[in-house]
Design a protein around this ligand. Structure first.
Ligand SMILES: Nc1ncnc2c1ncn2[C@@H]1O[C@H](COP(=O)(O)OP(=O)(O)OP(=O)(O)O)[C@@H](O)[C@H]1O
Length: 611
């Protein structure tokens, strides 16, 4: 068993144990409550109609006559909390308590989730999102397949998401939808099930959050939840992700999108005190973001019921249905009280979708649309990939050279740039972090043997630039959206090419450019061919020695057959003759159309980098 899988196994195991450790960074951040009155600089002097400022006092927006949803008089979805919750509905914008707020008397104030953005602005001069290079997305290949596929949109204005959500989109400084958003939001708004495969850093989180938030806002009062006997809560949407940090991140993003919409988002993940999470749940939950282990714990304690789930999202869905997580996911989705496919809406998202996983995932879906959004198919590809031949014994000194060069010249001119170094084992991470530190490179590490507090502290320290080098196992490979990661170094390469795709995707996000360097030697020979192919498809320079490795490697199939081929991280397995369900379906190639060779099968029995 590889240590990187052990990381996750450790997570899972820990999720079933309520630790006695003190409050973690997410929930225990007392400074946030006091920041709710602060209006960040980028929101000052804006006309109120364009971006409603954060509330500055306990006086709620609810009852102001403004509707949080499109102008209708929507009373908010909170019908299972009654007077106990302190939420009074009555206006479009429900308000919940800040974390420290008292929940029995009066109406609590919803904490402004945009307040933290100010910290980023102070640390890094460059601001995100508004400067996104959308031209790079113009020639992106897109494929959709399935029946009656809704048309894509070009602008957010074409989609009716309601004023409150639109205001949050503006607060996030999203000017245009990204390609995956252009296609998937109309599909999801029509209530269709979806399997979406789109490149790393292309905005999948918003793509699944917007329709869920809108759907809950729209359903509003019509949703009748069971009366709250005992202390069971009934979320309407469930978003599952494989790691604690990713769940925390999705929660933070979703809270921004749901700000002042009346939709309440709560997170539950292992390694931090369950009682605190239970308290948050008791205050009401519409959207529950969770890791599987902690959710199973909550379900077994009957503190959460899935009976009212209308929306189910698996982020990093291929990972969630991989061997490690599949039993837990099946338990949650098929063996508890969740409505079956067809009665709930199911959305699966990832940057990679092996065909065998697609086949398994189709159990969870009903008449779904497959969406593949490819990489940018030109030399403007956002991540520059380099691979260097380095023997194990020389890796440290090579790394040192790279870091010195980076310090002197900056990566792509960015002095403040962050560097993420992936290693194979937890011990290897500790050892490399220590070595870097003693050699004058402030660094930290994240892996499954560190406590949750240590992991969160490490991530904060890295994000802030205090320790601009993060040594990580695969626990940090998926989903984490850390601005200013300019360089990803695969000190140890993974066994699985899809893991490589996710790792390098920690840079070059949201239209920005990034650099990925891989240390390759004989022990990585099995990766030579898929790596050379991937680099070639992305218009990267493939060194002659790597091509020679690739030619020599006997191609045995298995996990390293990339399922997407060409410019996609995955293509609809139903396109293959073997698919027999459901009859005919439409198939559209968008952008530059299809193309790509496609590797065909995927051997679920093969070991992955997570094992
Ligand atoms: N329409 C948009 N305009 C500008 N920025 C956007 C837009 N949508 C999302 N973003 C930003 O793009 C970044 C990447 O988004 P996100 O983390 O959702 O990517 P992802 O596709 O889920 O990546 P991964 O596959 O690595 O999980 C985030 O910082 C997000 O705020």
């Amino acid at each position: 068993m590889r240590a990187s899988w052990a990381d996750l196994a450790a997570n899972s195991a820990a999720e079933n144990v309520a630790t006695g450790s003190s409050a973690n960074g997410v929930a225990g951040d007392s400074s946030r409550a006091t920041r709710s009155a602060y209006i960040p600089p980028h929101l000052r002097n804006r006309p109120a109609v364009s971006v409603p400022p954060a509330p500055t006092s306990a006086a709620p927006a609810a009852g102001s006559g403004q509707s949080g949803y499109g102008g209708s008089s929507w009373g908010g979805p909170r019908n299972d909390y009654g007077s106990k919750s302190g939420y009074t509905g009555g206006g479009g914008r429900g308000s919940w308590g800040s974390r420290g707020g008292s929940w029995g008397g009066g109406r609590d104030q919803e904490v402004n989730p945009f307040a933290d953005d100010v910290d980023d602005e102070r640390t890094f001069a460059e601001q995100e999102n508004s400067g996104i290079n959308f031209d790079a997305y113009e020639d992106i290949p897109v494929e959709t397949s399935g029946q009656n596929i809704p048309a894509p949109v070009n602008t957010f204005a074409e989609i009716d998401l309601g004023e409150a959500l639109n205001a949050n989109i503006r607060r996030c400084k999203y000017v245009k939808p990204t390609p995956v958003q252009r296609y998937s939001i109309p599909i999801s708004l029509e209530g269709r099930d979806l399997m979406a495969c789109a490149q790393t850093g292309s905005g999948k989180t918003a793509a699944f959050c917007f329709p869920i938030i809108y759907g809950i806002m729209k359903a509003g009062q019509q949703i009748q939840r069971p009366s709250r006997c005992a202390r069971t809560v009934y979320p309407l949407a469930l978003i599952l992700s494989p790691t604690r940090e990713l769940s925390m991140q999705i929660h933070e993003e979703a809270r921004k999108f749901a700000y002042q919409t009346g939709v309440r988002v709560v997170v539950a993940y292992g390694g931090s005190p369950i009682n605190q999470q239970l308290r948050e749940l008791e205050r009401g939950v519409d959207i529950l973001v969770a890791t599987p282990g902690r959710l199973v714990d909550l379900l077994e304690r009957a503190r959460v019921s899935l009976q009212m789930i209308r929306y189910l999202t698996l982020d990093e869905a291929d990972r969630m249905l991989d061997m490690g997580f599949e039993p837990q996911i099946r338990k949650i989705v098929e063996q508890m009280d969740m409505p079956p496919p067809g009665e709930r809406q199911t959305m699966l998202f990832s940057a990679t979708f092996p065909k065998e996983i697609q086949r398994m995932a189709s159990d969870f879906l009903s008449n779904y649309i497959f969406l593949a959004v490819g990489r940018v198919g030109s030399s403007t590809d956002l991540i520059v990939q380099r691979v260097v031949h380095v023997h194990d014994a020389e890796k440290r000194s090579y790394l040192m050279d790279l870091l010195h060069a980076q310090r002197e010249g900056g990566v792509q001119g960015k002095q403040e740039a962050l560097t993420l170094v992936f290693v194979e084992t937890k011990r290897g991470a500790d050892s490399l972090e220590n070595w870097l530190f003693t050699n004058g490179f402030p660094s930290t590490s994240i892996h499954g043997d560190r406590t949750q507090q240590e992991r969160e502290h490490a991530l904060r320290s890295f994000k802030s630039g205090k320790t601009p080098i993060l040594v990580a196992t695969d626990v940090a490979a998926r989903g984490l959206d850390i601005p200013h990661v300019a360089h990803v170094i695969n000190f140890d390469l993974p066994n699985d090419i899809d893991d490589y795709v996710h790792r390098i995707g920690r840079t070059g996000r949201a239209g920005k450019t990034g650099l990925a360097t891989a240390f390759f030697n004989d022990s990585n020979a099995s990766l030579a061919r898929p790596l050379a192919d991937l680099m070639q498809e992305a218009n990267q320079e493939v060194p002659e020695w790597l091509s020679a490795y690739a030619r020599r490697s006997t191609y045995s199939g298995g996990r390293n057959r990339r399922s997407g081929g060409g410019r996609f991280g995955g293509r609809d397995f139903r396109q293959e003759g073997s698919f027999s369900r459901g009859g005919g379906y439409d198939h559209h190639g968008g952008g530059n159309g299809g193309g790509g060779s496609g590797y065909g099968g995927y051997n679920s029995g093969a070991t992955s980098a997570w094992d």
